[in-house]
Write a protein that binds this ligand. Structure first.
Ligand SMILES: [Zn+2]
Ligand SMILES: [Zn+2]
Length: 957
């Protein structure tokens, strides 16, 4: 018995990954493109301090699809992995592991020890990342990655800082910043809003009574949600343009804004109305006596303007240094600065017995104290959203801090202007990015932390002269100590180096701050290549980037900071095309959370459906339009069925057909289905190219789904007879067409689904139709305008509609498709014979008649009368179908001839067998049909309309 070899297991994705590695396909795909034709790509560096999640997978797939695409278009697209190594994320992990509860404990153990511990932990999960990157089919130079903690990287950051410092963009100042009292460092507003670090909290809000000086029993009512700040009160603000009232409650006089009078639940008597401006400069007695540390005067009424709302609180705002607006007012009115909370978040000054309490615990004390002193007007539980540290989950406070800033206001016009030449996908992001620029505060670039690039500023102990250093070499020249060329620029090393003051000759120490790690990320285009200390020539051709991509939170982060730095350095944009992804949420729309287990493990999804299915699921989704997506395994499964499974079945079908002299030449086919699928494919190439140029993978995926459905359920389904035909010319033209389609489809799919496209390519290679080692060394296909025929598309559309309606009619009259019918009559249309042939095959009728008439639209009439003749013919076809199934089960190819032995008692079947003997023989590749009466070994059995038939297929050769 002859067996054909196509039964071999399908290539697994893991085997394809190994094949790429063994044959260095990625490296070759780059090397074969010219150096002077680059497509420049920056891969935003992630942290290796956690395992990759769906968001990372989305990002790494997006960043794989487009580099693959542009590579196929002939560009040299080098891709290098990078790691973010610095900052709070790694520091807080290390604090936990070392069981350090307070910042002080880091000083106690030694910054050296702490930083080296961070260094040892920072690439902890790098291997897991490598696995995921590989498994998803992402191509990137991984092992030789750059790291933000490399000496070269940090030296570039020094260079950049010195340059912009010298150009006057850097200043030192006091600003009110969000501050984490646990991490003891300021955080930027965007860091807090980026990952939504606000939580709804319910806590007591109180209305306190501030006694007016010189007036008996008269109080201002001021409302606050942070009672602990009352200790540091320096003023009360009113809106000078609003109406205020003085009322009498019991035997006291109270002052508040008129519009909020219904806050007063007791009986009251209105004493007098006046405007806010009449209250200005009135003095009151502070709730707590504090030293103001100087001669500045406080505790009087100031004008807060429209910031004082008329529909919240009492229209009188209490001012302390712990608020952005407050700080503005403090500067404006030259009020004293009272910082009564220390850097650890504890009360530093105030009632003696409270000193040392955690600031949040002070709330309760204040409340009880004011109540006892009859200065508490009202307490209620108030729910509001409050920011927490995104790393350690400590409630943040606003704090006025000394810090270093980059002056963003100065470069805003240039940022806005250059934004016009950035192409954002989707387009709408451009507008929101413009708003981000417009409202951007100056950039606080200093952090009071440890594991980051040390700020290269030295300060004289005596005269406070400052010196900024821009390179290791410069430091070598100016340092008191001897230092090596490969000096590590982390704080614990650099702090041991001193300079001599050029003004007074005394010693200079480095200031304690380190850089905000966003300064490092934003410096990536230069620092990753140690520019300008190295790669000056390379840089000329590799900046700005053609393409970057990240999730939407990075618009105001990585993208913004890269933009700021490139404008500061070169007055230009750092990237041309930006693809912004949405967030992936759990199925119920909440945040994916490990502890809630509300999402399936990515590894399991990949194992079940394959990386290609996950890739196309993500790329086809609204995530690619920067919208959030609820991750649904059910949809991954659907995508797998609609895409992977259909395509795999097409490939299986293709593999099973034996034929000699196969090429991919489509010139000679005049079959309408061939012409139609070839036209569809060329249209597909045209459309997909435009969409890929426009970074629109969602639409690209939709077109793929449709095309594969067309290919499988229309083209192949209706061409089956030709694929199995005895007429070599017919069979060859179908196979040539399918080969041509698969070849081009594999190229189109290569960027999006690199695995299945490689599988297709290997099938073609087996037939010696292609000769490159891998699909990924091919070029992007061109379409041929002459092969696109819109008339064919229109007619085929109509043909499909007729078939669908005829099948519905069959369905309604419960006649199976196997039963041949006499005719279908069509009215209201005009179609060439070649389409009518497709119809007659597809719906199994002998004749398709087009009858002219005045019908304005398509009418389909199916003749459902089954004559005895038709019945016999139906039986014959049924036999053929069953017998071919047996052939398939025995793994026979179309070349294998058989003798058929058949046993049945059914007279009708015998009649059909005799009448259609020749046809049956031809269709099942049999030389003889032998009817037998006695039993025979290995007889197989099936039924046609309740009659039993037994057969034996004798394979001849
Ligand atoms: Zn913190
Ligand atoms: Zn000095």
């Amino acid at each position: 018995m002859v067996r054909i070899s196509n039964k071999k297991k399908e290539l697994k994705e893991e085997e394809i990954i190994q094949f790429w590695k063994d044959n260095k396909i990625f490296e070759k795909s780059i090397e074969q493109r010219a150096m002077d034709n680059p497509f420049i790509f920056y891969d935003g560096p992630p942290f290796a301090t956690g395992l990759p999640h769906y968001g990372h997978i989305l990002s790494l797939v997006t960043k794989d699809v487009f580099p693959r695409y542009w590579t196929m278009k002939g560009y040299r697209c080098e891709r290098k992995w990078g790691w973010d190594c610095h900052g709070l994320p790694i520091e807080s992990i290390c604090e936990k592991e070392l069981n350090l509860k307070k910042k002080n404990e880091i000083y106690e153990m030694g910054i050296s020890k702490f930083n080296e511990f961070c260094r040892s932990k920072v690439l902890w999960y790098a291997n897991e990342w490598k696995k995921t990157v590989d498994r998803m089919g992402k191509w990137i130079e991984f092992d030789n990655s750059y790291k933000t903690m490399d000496n070269g990287y940090m030296e570039t950051v020094w260079y950049i800082f010195k340059k912009i410092y010298n150009e006057g963009f850097v200043y030192k100042g006091k600003k009110v910043l969000y501050y984490c009292p646990h991490c003891e460092t300021p955080l930027s507003n965007f860091e807090i809003s980026m990952d939504n670090s606000y939580k709804d909290v319910s806590e007591p809000s109180i209305t306190a009574k501030f006694k007016l000086k010189k007036e008996l029993k008269t109080f201002f009512l001021a409302w606050t949600t942070t009672p602990w700040t009352l200790i540091g009160n320096v003023a009360l603000a009113v809106n000078s343009n609003r109406e205020y009232v003085k009322i009498k409650v019991n035997n006291e006089y109270l002052i508040l804004i008129k519009s909020q009078l219904d806050l007063i639940k007791e009986d009251y008597k209105l004493v007098v109305e006046f405007r806010g401006e009449d209250l200005l400069n009135k003095e009151y007695e502070p709730l707590y006596r504090m030293s103001t540390g100087g001669s500045k005067k406080g505790h009087f009424i100031i004008d807060g303007g429209d910031e004082v709302l008329s529909d919240e609180g009492t229209g009188i705002i209490h001012m302390a240094v712990y608020g952005e607006f407050d700080y503005e007012m403090i500067k404006k009115y030259d009020l004293p600065i009272i910082q009564h909370i220390d850097e650890h978040g504890n009360l530093a000054e105030g009632p003696e017995e409270w000193v040392g309490l955690w600031f949040k615990d002070v709330d309760k004390k204040v409340l009880e104290d004011l109540k006892q002193r009859e200065l508490l007007f009202n307490v209620e539980v108030y729910t509001h959203s409050y920011p927490f540290c995104y790393r350690c989950d400590t409630p943040l406070i606003y704090n006025a801090l000394d810090a270093w800033f980059i002056n963003i206001q100065q470069i805003k016009p240039k940022l806005l202007e250059t934004n016009n030449s950035i192409k954002w996908y989707p387009k709408e992001i451009s507008r929101s990015y413009q708003n981000i620029i417009n409202s951007a505060p100056d950039w606080c670039i200093s952090r009071n932390r440890f594991w980051a690039t040390a700020m290269p500023i030295w300060e004289c102990v005596e005269c406070k002269e400052m010196k900024v250093i821009g390179s290791v070499k410069e430091l070598q020249e100016k340092a008191v100590e001897d230092i090596p060329e490969d000096l590590d620029l982390h704080r614990h090393i650099v702090d041991k180096i001193h300079l001599t003051c050029s003004k007074c000759g005394k010693i200079m120490n480095r200031i304690p701050e380190v850089f905000d790690c966003w300064l490092e990320s934003g410096s990536m285009p230069y620092a990753a290549k140690h520019y300008p200390f190295e790669n000056v020539e390379w840089f000329k051709h590799n900046f700005p980037s053609d393409f970057v991509s990240e999730y939407i939170g990075q618009v105001r982060a990585w993208f913004y900071y890269m933009h700021v730095i490139s404008v500061l350095l070169f007055d230009t944009i750092p990237f041309k095309n930006v693809v912004v992804n949405g967030n992936i949420l759990a199925e119920d729309g909440t945040k994916m959370s490990k502890s809630k287990r509300n999402f399936p493990d990515p590894n399991l999804i990949i194992e079940k459906y394959g990386a290609d299915a996950l890739r196309i699921y993500l790329m086809s989704s609204q995530l690619m339009r920067a919208k959030d997506l609820n991750f649904k395994e059910e949809i991954v499964k659907q995508v797998y069925r609609r895409f992977n499974l259909l395509l795999t079945n097409v490939l299986k079908f293709y593999s099973l057909i034996d034929i000699d002299n196969l090429t991919m030449d489509i010139a000679n086919s005049d079959n309408i289905l061939d012409r139609w699928i070839v036209s569809s494919l060329n249209k597909l190439i045209q459309d997909i190219t435009l969409l890929m140029d426009d970074y629109n993978t969602a639409e690209v995926s939709r077109l793929f789904f449709n095309f594969i459905e067309d290919l499988s359920t229309w083209y192949i389904k209706n061409s089956r007879n030709r694929f199995k035909s005895e007429i070599i010319k017919e069979k060859l033209s179908a196979m040539k067409t399918l080969s041509y389609i698969l070849y081009n489809l594999s190229k189109l799919l290569a960027p999006l689904t690199p695995f299945i496209s490689e599988k297709i390519y290997h099938k073609l290679k087996k037939r010696r139709l292609v000769n490159l080692k891998s699909i990924h060394l091919e070029n992007w296909p061109h379409f041929d305008e002459k092969l696109i025929n819109s008339k064919v598309h229109k007619n085929m559309e109509l043909t499909r509609e007729i078939v669908q309606r005829s099948l519905e009619l069959r369905n309604k009259s419960k006649i199976p498709v196997r039963q041949i019918l006499n005719k279908v009559i069509l009215r209201g249309i005009n179609l060439d014979t070649e389409y009518l042939d497709v119809i007659s095959d597809a719906i199994n009728v002998k004749k398709v008649l087009v009858e002219e008439g005045d019908e304005p639209e398509l009418l389909v009439e199916l003749d459902i009368n089954i004559t005895p003749e038709l019945k016999l013919e139906g039986i014959a076809r049924n036999l053929i179908r069953h017998l071919n199934n047996f052939r398939k089960k025995q793994n026979l190819s179309t070349k294998n001839r058989i003798n058929l032995y058949l046993k049945t008692k059914d007279k009708e079947i015998i009649k059909a067998l005799e009448k259609y003997a020749e046809k049956i023989k031809k269709m099942i590749q049999a030389d003889k049909i032998i009817q037998i009466k006695e039993d025979k070994e290995n007889l197989k059995e099936f039924k046609i309309e309740n009659s039993v038939i037994q057969v034996y297929l004798e394979v001849k050769y």
